[in-house]
Design a protein around this ligand. Structure first.
Ligand code: SF4
Length: 112
């Protein structure tokens, strides 16, 4: 009988302490992007939208619309615009309303 199984029976706990305590493995998880508005230009945003494999990114005039609920944290947008995109480090994305997962990000960068 594997040791972890016997230990679980003895202690009554067979999983990690998450969410009561942070799980160390979480630091290595891919997370959705965070965007730097001043680094975003219309051109950059359109390139990111073209690279996004799903419906997570779209544009409404001079606003980037980011649907966090549709993001797979693939990192393609960050590869297209490394100065404008950074990992958010946030993977706890549960929300009680779908609308809470839609982020409106102003596009404040200037074309060069
Ligand atoms: S990480 Fe991937 S899925 Fe998420 S917004 Fe960027 S390109 Fe789209």
């Amino acid at each position: 009988m594997p040791l972890w199984f016997a230990r679980g029976l003895r202690r009554g706990v067979v999983t990690t302490r998450y969410p009561a305590r942070p799980d160390g493995s979480a630091t290595s998880l891919p997370t959705p992007p965070a965007f730097r508005p001043r680094q975003l230009t219309l051109q950059t945003v359109d390139r990111m939208i073209a690279q996004c494999p799903g419906p997570a990114l779209s544009r409404a005039a001079d606003t980037l619309v980011f649907d966090v609920g549709s993001c797979t944290a693939c990192g393609r947008c960050a590869r297209v615009a490394p100065l404008a995109v950074t990992p958010s480090g946030e993977f706890e994305l549960a929300a009680t309303a779908r609308s809470a997962l839609i982020k409106m990000i102003p596009i404040l960068g200037e074309e060069r």
